[in-house]
Design a protein around this ligand. Structure first.
Ligand SMILES: Cc1cc2nc3c(=O)[nH]c(=O)nc-3n(C[C@H](O)[C@H](O)[C@H](O)COP(=O)(O)OP(=O)(O)OC[C@H]3O[C@@H](n4cnc5c(N)ncnc54)[C@H](O)[C@@H]3O)c2cc1C
Length: 445
């Protein structure tokens, strides 16, 4: 359907908002994107705020549908596995897939956002109002109030979609009007970014891996950038011993990194400055319901269901939301009052499933990846994947390299684990039986 339709308001020209504008314009809608920041294509990135992210199959699938995948992938750095950095000894590589051929992609968040913004604004009927911060929204009339440099302005739309991130003002307005309830679960952990610059124009570490320094209760990761630097992210407790709060003097910072991350120190000449000046970001899970009000105000992406970043899925999930919402509009013949509740019904279990898997992956990344038991388990996963192609698939593969709905992934992995457990129990019983029989034979002799 391409007949010109009413103008839909999308609040937030971030990753989900820009992609949504592209999908809506393809359906023939006019779209007004409202963004609180200035045009990011003319400004500079905020210091220390999630410079890159891992894009995998779900995000790529969405980009393919608007023909943007090749452009985005041109600057992507494929990471085929994890490189585990112990405190002492050589780093060890663990591939993500059995054949070692599947990769997640390190992408510049800014470049991705700019590519989506440019693609959206190139489409007929899409306009962007930058420096417009939503501060008011009437969920019955669709009237919005924005703070701008010129003071408060109002606008109205028949449908308002909140793609304004984890701290969504649209969600806040629905909460204030009593049409939504929310729960925010913050971790006692925060994140801070550091930089490993290029050395002599080359990457200082292997760029084909996501680097992890698992340290039990905390960790650091590093992803490569197209300028051959790496962005490291510390995931540390915010308070207590060995926390962001407890470490502030240059000498203490140097001592801590020399003890716990010794191979980083020679690679990060601005370590102390980065550490002291880059902000600590918060990490949490947002749950809310309903995701829509009156069939005219809806939430997508982090605004509806922000998750912790440990599966590298927040943006991928937000992109997948847009694909699912587009499908719901198809099925409901663009009747928003039917499509928005259908979208929530289709997506809420999936959002909950990835929220849980992301939380569980924090423990895996910061602690388990370094253990021999985890490594043996991963080898077994890969052996089973090779032996039972398509029938046994690891959770990581299903999440990162397929578009199987997240809730189905959890169910399938549970079934696989139950079968494995039963096989292991049978094997153990047979072994015990065989040993018992052998001992009995020995006693009779
Ligand atoms: C440290 C870290 C690492 C991450 N790594 C990954 C990763 O590897 N892979 C992955 O898939 N995901 C990752 N994520 C998650 C990912 O960043 C988010 O899930 C994704 O950005 C969500 O997109 P969004 O468009 O919903 O929200 P956002 O990207 O937050 O966009 C929201 C937009 O709304 C605008 N806005 C906010 N309030 C208002 C307002 N009142 N009025 C108007 N505009 C407003 C904002 O300026 C912004 O442009 C990571 C997150 C963090 C914190």
């Amino acid at each position: 359907m391409t007949a010109e339709r009413d103008e839909i308001a999308v609040v937030g020209a971030g990753l989900a908002g820009c992609l949504l504008a592209c999908f809506l314009a393809r359906r023939g809608y006019r779209v007004a994107l409202y963004e609180r920041r200035p045009d990011p294509r003319t400004g500079r990135a905020e210091r220390g705020r999630s410079i890159n992210l891992a894009l995998s199959e779900r995000g790529l699938d969405a980009l393919r549908r608007i023909g943007l995948d090749d452009q985005v992938m041109a600057d992507a750095l494929p990471m085929r596995g994890r490189m585990i950095h112990p405190v002492a000894g050589e780093p060890q590589f663990q591939s993500y897939s059995a054949a070692g051929d599947l990769a997640i992609n390190s992408i510049s968040r800014g470049a991705l956002n700019n590519a989506l913004l440019t693609a959206a604004t190139a489409l007929p009927g899409v306009r962007v109002a930058f420096d417009h911060r939503l501060v008011g929204l009437d969920p019955v009339t669709g009237e919005m109030t924005f703070e701008t440099a010129q003071g408060k302005v109002t606008a109205a739309a028949p449908v308002v979609l909140g793609a304004d991130g984890a701290g969504s003002a649209v969600r806040g307005q629905l909460l204030a009007y009593g049409v939504l309830s929310e729960s925010l679960d913050f971790l006692d952990y925060g994140y801070k970014e550091l930089t490993i610059p290029a050395v002599g124009g080359e990457f200082a570490l292997d760029p084909a891996a996501l680097h992890i320094w698992p340290r039990g209760t905390s960790m650091m990761i590093a992803l490569p950038n197209p300028d051959r630097s790496f962005t490291c992210t510390l995931f540390w407790p915010t308070h207590g011993t060995a926390s962001f709060a407890s470490l502030s003097s240059p000498a203490a910072i140097e001592r801590h990194f020399a003890t716990h991350y010794p191979d980083l120190v020679p690679l990060a000449p601005n370590l102390v400055d980065d550490y002291q000046h880059n902000p600590v970001g918060v990490l949490g899970t947002v749950r809310c319901a309903p995701w829509q009000a009156n069939g005219r105000v809806g939430l997508v992406g982090d605004a509806a269901h922000a998750i912790v970043p440990f599966y590298g899925q927040g943006a991928n999930c937000a992109f997948e939301d847009v694909v699912v919402l587009d499908r719901c509009l198809d099925e409901c013949d663009d009747d928003w009052a039917a499509a928005l509740p259908l979208f929530q019904a289709r997506r809420q279990d999936d959002a909950e499933a990835i929220a849980r898997m992301a939380l569980a992956n924090f423990v895996e990344m910061r602690d388990k990846v370094a253990s021999p038991v985890f490594q043996a388990r991963r080898e077994l996963d890969h052996a089973l994947e090779r032996a039972l192609p398509g029938r046994y698939v690891s959770q990581y593969e299903l999440v990162s390299f397929s578009t199987t709905p997240y809730a189905q992934v959890r169910r399938r992995v549970r079934r696989q684990q139950a079968v494995l457990g039963a096989v292991a129990a049978t094997a153990a019983a047979l072994l015990v039986g065989a040993v018992g029989a052998a001992l009995a034979r020995g006693r009779r002799r």
